[in-house]
Write a protein that binds this ligand. Structure first.
Ligand SMILES: O=C(O)CCC(=O)C(=O)O
Ligand SMILES: [Fe+2]
Length: 306
């Protein structure tokens, strides 16, 4: 069972909360978080609109194909992405990605900066507004968690604030069809996340498994209203491996399954180098955008379909 943390303790019982979170991110890299600051109505509206999007025809969805843009925004059909680059299985999931929102004439877009692009929106009433509200709410929750982590690491509480002020964070809506029984089928291949912190909500349908160090795969139960939070590889590197990112995967579900991931990522030009107090650096410094590009390019590289 993954550690269970209650966000209301972050104010009420700060010292214990910092200690419990510090232990969870060092040992498991995954934990449940209940009573978050993300409103329940907003979460249900995100799921409702995701269903509306995914229920469109493939032709309609393909108008927003993620493969048409260099900024990782839009729809990825089953097979476009492979989260486990080492295996022949092709992921059965379809996804829709939304990034940091900028106007088309933003100077960063005009300068062709990496990860700076416009979001691509389906013609569904309320979709863009709701997703952008959800983006802000998750970013704020993730920043609040990063301030707890800063405290845990002996850094100033606001250490990460400027480093995540114009983030590369993304919302990813996911839809898994029911298992077809075919060989070489996986919902989402084994992987660890690429960024700093992931906030995941699921619809309760089983399938997610994690493999903490030294353990076999374990099923992650759905706890109503609790987020599943995990550390990504970039934060693991940044903490000089003090925090751990943990492999996870999604088995083909018995019934269709929906989930929504929010990947909290640093600013493109944030320098990821061993944080003060974490000992001799194990990795050379790298720009957060270069690290993320390297990981995403491998994910979208075409696989030979077996
Ligand atoms: O759908 C899930 O429960 C997990 C998805 C996931 O791990 C990912 O998108 O990185
Ligand atoms: Fe993941």
């Amino acid at each position: 069972m993954l550690p269970m943390l209650d966000w209301s303790d972050a104010k009420k019982n700060r010292a214990n909360f910092v200690a419990d979170l510090g232990k969870a991110v060092r040992e498991t890299g995954f934990f449940f978080l209940s009573n978050t600051q993300v409103p329940a109505e907003l979460r249900s509206e995100v799921f409702r609109l995701a269903d509306v999007f995914f229920s469109q025809t493939p032709d309609e969805k393909a108008k927003l194909s993620i493969l048409d843009t260099p900024h990782y925004r839009g729809w990825a059909k089953p097979g476009d992405e492979s989260l486990d680059e080492t295996r022949p299985e092709v992921d059965t999931k379809e996804t829709f990605n939304i990034g940091y929102d900028l106007a088309p004439d933003d100077p960063a877009i005009l300068a062709n900066e990496s990860f700076r692009g416009v979001n691509r929106w389906p013609d569904i009433p309320g979709f863009a507004e709701t997703m952008l509200e959800y983006y802000q709410a998750c970013q704020a929750q993730a920043m609040a968690l990063l301030s707890v982590m800063a405290e845990d690491l002996g850094l100033p509480t606001d250490y990460f604030v400027s480093l995540f002020a114009e983030p590369m964070s993304a919302i990813r809506l996911l839809h898994y069809p029911p298992a077809s029984g075919a060989v070489n089928e996986i919902g989402a291949g084994a992987h660890s996340d690429y960024g700093a912190i992931t906030l995941l909500m699921t619809d309760g349908e089983p399938g997610l498994q994690v493999r903490p160090r030294g353990c076999d795969w374990i099923d992650v139960p759905a706890i109503p209203h609790a987020y599943i939070v995990n550390i990504g590889d970039c934060l693991m590197r940044w903490t000089n491996d003090i925090y751990v990112s943990t492999p996870h995967r999604v088995l083909p579900p018995a019934r269709q399954r929906r989930s929504v991931a929010f990947f909290c990522e640093a600013n493109p030009d944030a320098l990821v180098s061993a944080l003060p107090g974490t000992g001799e650096a194990k990795y050379p410094p790298i720009r957060a955008a270069d690290y993320l590009s390297m990981r995403l390019e491998a994910t979208y590289a075409a696989k030979e379909i077996p």
